[in-house]
Design a protein around this ligand. Sequence first.
Ligand SMILES: [Zn+2]
Length: 85
Amino acid sequence: MEQRTIRIETLGDLAAHGYGLNATCERCRHRVDLAVWALIARLGRSFVYVGKTIDSRLRCSRCGERGAAVQIHTALNPWKPDGPQ
Ligand SMILES: [Zn+2]
């Protein structure tokens, strides 16, 4: 079996592979989909989102808490390359 490793570290990588980002508020659990294209427009395609780089820029629209948890959103990806059938 061929093992493919995809490195997705920047906003440009996310867009290229059809992934999005979710942000979940640590305080009230409010969850939103982030618009990757809008983040690219603000931060650039080479912006590295891993770590806490984006988290500290986000503010919850419901409770105002800073520091949401960001996760990759895979629902935009129509393929399941190695998933069990
Ligand atoms: Zn909140």
